[in-house]
Design a protein around this ligand. Structure first.
Ligand code: CA
Length: 228
């Protein structure tokens, strides 16, 4: 069941929206102020936010800005016709859609449905990667080899995930550096060698003659195609 957060100071409007959305089997949270709405958003992580522009506590644009700094929660702005320029600002900030008052609650429900469908489709399904007997669980951020857990640093995990995503493809040190959380500086490309050395020590039976991660002379590294 999708959870919708309504942040709107017109209580009558909240009541109407709530009843329409609940009739459609949505679970509804609501707040009459921007600041309390924001706390609810942080705490509950709803699937979609219906957000009024003019709100006590924190206005809708600041609210939207704060959300977008942290998350891609689908966001529909509720505006009055006189606030047309604010609608544009709202879209620029990253609101996905807007509704102009007065509106029919049916339209709101239709927009909510459409936006949730779109957000669902855009969500990339989590995928597990394998490289021979090594399994990489992207969601859980864990790596096992023949069923036993291997402790990797975040950088080692990123490297292994990147290489195993396309076995046989040679990745340059620069590309690998960019795939990790580390800041990519020209001079730091060689630091990849150290991380690979540490990674090999953890996964290779014989790190001096690696079978999972091969060195590509003059370029970087690749995962063994035959294990992919
Ligand atoms: Ca208002």
């Amino acid at each position: 069941m999708s959870q919708i957060l309504i942040v709107e100071d017109e209580r009558e409007l909240v009541k109407v929206l709530r009843s329409y959305l609940e009739k459609e089997n949505f679970s509804v949270l609501s707040a009459y102020r921007g600041d309390t709405g924001y706390s609810l958003w942080e705490k509950e992580n709803p699937d979609l936010v219906l957000l009024d522009l003019n709100l006590p506590g924190m206005n809708g644009l600041d609210f939207a800005r704060k959300i977008r700094q942290q998350a891609q929660t689908p966001l529909i702005m509720i505006t009055a016709r006189v606030e047309e320029s604010d609608q544009l600002v709202g879209l620029e900030i990253g609101a996905d859609d807007y509704i102009t008052k007065p509106f029919s609650p049916r339209i709101v429900v239709a927009k909510v449905r459409a936006l949730l469908r779109r957000a669902q489709a855009e969500r990339i399904p989590p995928k597990n990667l394998t490289l021979g007997d090594i399994e990489i669980d992207i969601d859980a951020h864990t790596v096992t080899k023949s069923g036993s857990f291997i402790e990797l640093t975040p950088t080692e995990f990123d490297l292994l995930r990147t290489l195993a995503s396309q076995p046989g493809r040679a990745f340059s040190r620069k590309h690998l550096l960019e795939a990790t959380q580390e800041v990519a500086y020209e001079g730091y490309e060689r630091s990849i060698d150290t991380h690979i050395k540490n990674l090999r020590a953890k996964i290779e039976p014989d790190p001096h003659s690696p079978k999972y991660i091969e060195t590509v002379f003059g370029i970087g590294y690749r995962a063994n195609r035959e294990l992919g």
